[in-house]
Design a binder for this molecule. Sequence first.
Ligand code: SF4
Length: 326
Amino acid sequence: MTKTDTADVSATVAQIHELEAAGCQIIRCAVPDEKAAYALGEIKKQINIPLVADIHFNYKLAVISAEMGVDKLRINPGNIGDLDKIKTVVAAAKERKIPIRIGVNAGSLEKEIKRKHGEVSAKALVESALKNIKILEDLKFKDIVISIKATSIPITIAAYRMLAKKVKYPLHVGITEAGIPRIGAVRSAVGIGVLLAEGLGDTIRVSLTGDPVEEVRVGYEILKSLELIKHGLTILSCPTCGRCDIDVEAIAEEVEERTREIKTPLKVAIMGCEVNGPGEAADSDVGLAGGRGVGLIFRRGEVVRKVAEDEMVDALVDEIESLAIK
Ligand code: SF4
C-alpha cells in the first residue's frame, strides 16, 4: 500500500515505481476524499501494476475510483449504508468487470457483531465477512476477494481457516498493524507463513511501520522461505562463533545491498570460517568462507578461488553476477 498522499500524483507514482522495481505486483492506494479518487485516473496511466482503491464508508468515492479505471475496489458493503448506495457501487464494479475486496478488519468490526460476540474473535470476523459476502451475492455479484485481518495472529489464522471452509473466494492475507520492521517482519512471517503453508492465501500484504519497499522485500522473503516462488538471491549467513575469522554481518549486509536488483534465483552463503563454512553451505550456488586474512569463494561446496580479505566482497559479488547473467 502506498504511504503518500494519494492526491499528490507525482509522489504517489514515484513511490509505486520504487515498489514495482522491488517486485510489488499489485498496489493499493487510500482514497480518503474526492481529490484522491480523481487522482487515481492519472496514477493508473503512469504505473504498470494493477491499482486497488481503498475506500471506507463513502460509496461515491468507490464509484469515482471505478470510473478512474482502477482494477479493484476494497470496500465493505456493510459499511456503505442503504441498499441503493451498495447497488450503485456494485453496478459500477460490474460495468467495468472489477472485483470487490471485502476487507474485514478487527479494528472496524460492525458494532452489533462486536456486541453479540463480546470481543473480537475469529467467529466474529467470519460472521462479518459472511454478512458482507451475502450483501454482494444477493445483488448477483460474485467477483469477490476477502481478507480478514486482526493484530492478533492466532485470531487471524483461526478466522481464515474457518472462512476457507465456508467460501471458495480468493483470500488476501496479512497481519494488520504488524509493527516496526524487525517486529513486524517476524509477526507477518508467522501469521502469513502459517496460512500460506496450509495453502490459504492468493495475495499477501506485509504491513510495516516504515518504508513500503521493505514490506515488499519481507513479502518476498516469506514466499521464498516457503519455496512458493523463486526470486532473486536467498542470502544465508552463519550466526558466527568463536571460530569466526571475518565480519559476517557487515559482509552479508553489503552483499545484500549490492545484489538487490538481481532477479535470478540463487542461494548465496556467507560463512565465518573455512573449517565448517563450505561444508555447511554445500547446497548453496555460491558462497564465501572466511580464513585467516583470506576469503575462500566456493561453488556448491567446492572452493574455486582464494582472495585477500579486502577483496573478498568484490570477489563474491563478481561470482554472483557471473551466475546471474547466465
Ligand atoms: S561457519 Fe564457522 S564461524 Fe560460522 S558458525 Fe559455523 S563454525 Fe562458527
